[in-house]
Design a protein around this ligand. Structure first.
Ligand code: ATP
Ligand code: MG
Ligand code: MG
Ligand code: MG
Length: 437
């Protein structure tokens, strides 16, 4: 049967649903027309596997796999931040120059600036301290009872980077999670800071990523206390000093600025890091100028104490591929893998239709498991050998591959299950496959 007829729609909770076939998911133009050179391993793996496609300097299309990874990562982040009381919002991308002038950041070289038809100036938000603080100003009277206030968003950010590099690692347009917290006292703000850092630890634990947390530079955002989360990698653009014996570490930018004082007794080793997250205790730097106040228990108006917390969402996607991939195969943090299972029916030829319909049945059975719903992919390119398709699924880093081959014709049909990350292969009945997943 031709593929279009094989991919019958099926019923699921009274809706018609199309099965996900791999041949529908190739969107990249021919490789020969690719506009960009590979700059590092993860950049090559994302381009070669149709996760991203270059658009212009530092800007990328996220193709269907890439968009799924982004949405899964977003869910993990939402989950942990809402567990600590974070409220998700969405702020305008265009920010009025007026506010950026008030905080004296209008001359930041990385700002993309634009004017409307009435010649009013705006910038495309590289971060949102100005907008969020101006909003909180308008919440008055804001009672101390409502603090800490934790507002966050996951949106596109724009920075005219001096040297966009390494694909998603340093884009000029990228996805960032930014959270802003408002407290009554510095003491409370420090507690909130620890709570958010703890949520960051949980996020990276769920992703199984070996991050290091170091004392960070406060840069042009400014502030009193700062930590950065890094993934150690040769191509990392930050130099870190990490103690080999304890968990002390710092960004080398801090050396000489007083930040290295208590690291004096440590056995510091230098390594490169990719900055994937950043936490700042801001104090009143923004709330003072932009007048974000609260009313304390005696009825007095006071300035709020702020914190801000960034996660480089698209940067995390590529950085995890950079540090986890093995033998030129992508390895995703399992929870953000674009799909969990890839089913591969026998190559076209003898009994091809039988193999294909068994693969469809297995697809439907696995898809009906709550944890695997919409997580199954069927590699319908039966003109290719099973071996070639296994190689592709392995390269894309899908955690499980199930081959519907010759043994599926036995009295009790057996399927070959490959756990790509464990490099383990075994044969199992449909029932065992379902139980294993
Ligand atoms: P870097 O030192 O790499 O330039 P930054 O310190 O300027 O980053 P922050 O202002 O702390 O970045 O932004 C919060 C997070 O956003 C960073 O920790 C990083 O993960 C991410 N990020 C920053 N710039 C980019 C970029 N150009 N492309 C992708 N992600 C970025
Ligand atoms: Mg920067
Ligand atoms: Mg930095
Ligand atoms: Mg930073």
């Amino acid at each position: 049967l031709p593929a279009c007829i094989r991919q019958v729609v099926r019923r699921h909770h009274n809706c018609t649903v199309k099965r996900k076939y791999l041949s529908d998911m190739y969107f990249s133009p021919a490789k020969s027309s690719q506009k960009e050179e590979y700059s590092c391993k993860s950049h090559r793996l994302l381009l070669d596997n149709d996760i991203i496609y270059p658009c212009h300097n530092g800007a990328y299309y996220l193709l269907p796999f890439g968009q799924r990874v982004l949405e899964k990562l977003t869910r993990v982040i939402d989950n942990e931040l809402q567990a600590i009381g974070g409220q998700k919002i969405s702020m305008p991308t265009m920010a009025p120059a007026k506010l950026w002038k008030k905080t004296e950041r209008w001359n930041t070289p990385e700002l993309f600036k634009l004017k409307d038809r009435a010649e009013v100036n705006y910038c495309l938000g590289p971060t949102h301290e100005e907008l969020v603080t101006d909003y909180v100003r308008q919440l008055r009277p804001l009672s101390y009872k409502r603090l800490p206030l934790m507002l966050y968003q996951i949106t596109r950010k724009f920075r005219d980077e001096m040297a966009p590099k390494y694909g998603l690692l340093r884009g000029r347009e990228f996805e960032m999670k930014d959270m802003y917290t408002f407290d009554a006292t510095e003491e409370n703000a420090r507690v909130t800071y620890e709570i958010v850092c703890n949520a960051y630890d949980n996020i990276f634990k769920r992703l199984n990523l070996p991050v290091v947390k170091v004392a960070g530079a406060t840069g042009n955002i400014g502030g009193k206390l700062s930590h950065e989360y890094h993934l150690v990698a040769d191509i990392g653009q930050d130099q870190l000093l990490i103690c080999e014996k304890c968990d002390f570490g710092l960004n080398k930018e801090l050396v000489g600025a007083g930040g290295d004082e208590f690291g004096r007794h440590c056995h510091l080793k230098e390594m490169n890091g990719i900055e994937v997250g950043h936490a700042f205790l801001l104090g009143t730097k923004y709330s003072e100028v932009l007048d974000a106040c609260f009313v304390d228990k005696d009825g007095n108006t006071q300035v709020t104490q702020m914190g801000c917390f960034g996660l480089g969402v698209t940067r995390i996607i590529q950085a995890s591929v950079e540090v986890l991939s093995v033998d030129d195969n992508i390895r995703w943090p399992e929870v953000i893998s674009p799909y969990q299972v890839c089913i591969i029916p026998q190559k076209e030829g003898y009994m091809a239709d039988t193999f294909f319909s068994m693969a469809n049945d297995l697809y439907d059975n696995l898809d009906s498991l709550p944890n695997l719903h919409d997580e199954i992919l069927l590699d319908d390119r039966t003109q290719l050998t099973v071996g070639k398709r296994i190689k592709k699924a392995n390269e894309m880093g899908l955690p499980y591959i199930v081959v519907v081959g010759r043994k599926a014709l036995e009295e009790i049909p057996l399927y070959e299950v490959i756990e790509t990350s464990e490099k383990r292969t075994f044969f199992a009945s449909a029932e065992q496959v379902l139980k294993h997943m």
